[in-house]
Design a protein around this ligand. Structure first.
Ligand SMILES: CC(C)(COP(=O)(O)OP(=O)(O)OC[C@H]1O[C@@H](n2cnc3c(N)ncnc32)[C@H](O)[C@@H]1OP(=O)(O)O)[C@@H](O)C(=O)NCCC(=O)NCCS
Length: 143
């Protein structure tokens, strides 16, 4: 797998990968999420490709205090090959290079498998309540 920055030509493949991975939810329009990321640190929007096909993604960001990763996904047929781990290593490398001291992640608390994946990579569950407030309502064309 070669890791590179997202290109607009990847859009449909990426949205399909997210949809298949269960990451497209009614309250997020994936196309708008892509456009927003292209406006802010687009170089941190990573895709993994193999044989010219997009097989993994990670949307990485640094807010000046913490780093974040969203939309981590590996093609269902390629799971268990450490590709997710490799993408996270690249995310950590890029954030460290930017001087980012800590990476935060949000995982649905019911998603035990993904929590275990992150634990294996050295992440710990922070005892915090995650709060959010929607500022722009999206109506997903897919959701
Ligand atoms: C989570 C995901 C990215 C993992 O990708 P992957 O390439 O299959 O994971 P890796 O092969 O890199 O696994 C790394 C380690 O985590 C473990 N692991 C991976 N998925 C796991 C699971 N569901 N349950 C338990 N352990 C898991 C692996 O066994 C491996 O352990 P090891 O270091 O002891 O060998 C992938 O399952 C996925 O795309 N899921 C759907 C989308 C999703 O939920 N994304 C997260 C949003 S928060």
């Amino acid at each position: 797998m070669r890791i590179r920055a997202f290109d607009r030509a990847d859009t449909e493949a990426v949205v399909e990968l997210w949809r298949a991975a269960g990451l497209v939810v009614p309250w997020n329009d994936p196309y708008r999420d892509i456009e927003r990321k292209l406006a802010v640190q687009p170089e941190l929007f990573l895709v993994g490709e193999s044989g010219g096909v997009v097989i993994a993604t990670a949307m990485v960001g640094h807010d000046g205090h913490r780093g974040w990763v969203n939309y981590l996904a590996v093609d269902e047929t390629r799971r268990g090959e450490r590709l997710g781990a490799r993408l996270m290593e690249e995310a950590e490398r890029l954030l460290t290079e930017l001087g980012c001291p800590k990476l935060n992640l949000q995982v649905r608390s019911t998603n035990a498998g993904v929590i275990e994946f992150y634990r294996r990579l050295g992440y710990q569950v922070d005892e915090v309540a995650s709060l959010g407030k929607r500022l722009i309502a999206d109506a997903s064309p897919i959701g």
